[in-house]
Design a binder for this molecule. Structure first.
Ligand code: PBG
Length: 322
């Protein structure tokens, strides 16, 4: 009989004791902060459902990155709001596009800050879908060309890591081939390998102005019911040459982060998405939950499940308390 010999509470008796045996720790270097870059100058427009997050013009974005770097945060991931959108997502792969200009600006002002770019077309198409529309659906193989061109333009601008988030088949191979041919053999690919068609992206689509104008993304993003398929998506992306993989969203998919951790010996990222952030902020705003504790507990749970690093809108407030 284990009890009364075994008393697990002995190791919980003080903060010093708990800290000694703590299995999972958070450090700011494990956080990546998503940022939204928009046209103009001096623009700092708060996103209503995401308090503390802004659409930033390039000058404001550079200031933000200086602060992020000084907080010891691991890096940033960029999303762009282009001047104009069209059927061909031309702003996504324009060397003078909003993200490409922002990358050049931050890389010259804060060269040591790790800069990732989200590679996708939905912010740049007039219809809000992630690629070329043919017969009412996104055409996979034309879209691959846009994505590869986008990734190459980001690398040329100086991006440290490119992160495709579109969920087309074969995009990792297409991007790897294009980067290598362009001389960027050393730029890693972080693949949003297991990305689900999730309701929790709602606030992001306001932030990035990228909501689809018709239909939804279920013909390319994954069905939330499918865990085995997520493992298959990850395996395929690794075969195609992904250096790191991501599970997204994070908290509703902790089981898949844990399964991926068991199966794949590559760095695993998790994206605590906009809706996950907004739910905590809304509950805290109403006095229903303690914001700081909810933030730290949610981030800890994602790390405990097996994520090496977390894309999170809490990067700044979490770095400040750690
Ligand atoms: C672009 C993209 C999206 C998110 C990251 N990259 C939106 C979408 O797929 O609709 C969501 C991020 C968030 O909710 O915080 N495809």
């Amino acid at each position: 009989m284990p009890f009364p010999i075994h008393r697990p509470r002995r190791l919980r008796s003080s903060e010093a004791m708990r800290s000694l045996v703590r299995e999972t720790r958070l450090t700011p270097s494990q956080f990546i902060l998503p940022l939204f870059v928009c046209p103009g100058e001096g623009v700092r427009r708060e996103i209503s459902a995401m308090p503390g997050n802004y659409q930033l013009s390039i000058d404001e974005f550079v200031k933000e990155c200086e602060e992020i770097h000084s907080l010891g945060i691991g890096g940033v991931i960029l999303f762009g709001l282009p001047e104009s959108k069209d059927e061909e997502a031309s702003g996504a792969y324009d060397d003078n596009g909003i993200v490409q200009r922002a990358v050049r600006a931050v890389k010259s002002a804060v060269p040591k800050l790790l800069v990732m770019t989200d590679v996708c077309n939905c912010e740049y198409t007039s219809h809000g879908h992630c690629g070329k529309i043919i017969d009412g659906d996104v055409d996979n193989d034309t879209t691959l060309e846009w994505l590869a061109a986008g990734a190459l333009s980001h690398a040329r601008a100086g991006a440290d890591i490119v992160a495709p988030s579109d969920m087309m088949d074969g995009r990792v191979a297409a991007i790897r081939k294009k980067l290598d041919a362009g001389g960027f053999t050393n730029v890693p690919i972080l693949s949003y390998a297991a990305k689900f068609a999730s309701v929790f992206y709602g606030p992001f689509r306001e932030a990035a102005e990228s909501a689809p104008q018709f239909g939804d993304r279920r013909s390319y993003q994954m069905d939330p019911a499918n865990g085995r398929e997520a493992m298959r998506e990850i395996a395929l992306d690794l075969e195609e040459g992904a250096d790191m993989i991501m599970v997204k969203p994070a908290m509703p998919y902790l089981d898949l982060i844990a399964r991926a951790r068991d199966r794949f010996d590559v760095p695993i990222a998790a994206y605590q998405v906009s809706g996950e952030f907004s739910m905590i902020m809304a509950a805290a705003h109403n006095g229903w939950i303690d914001q700081e504790r909810a933030m730290l507990e949610s981030l800890t749970s994602i790390r405990r499940a097996g994520a090496d690093f977390i894309l999170t809108y809490f990067a700044k407030p979490a770095a400040r308390v750690l």
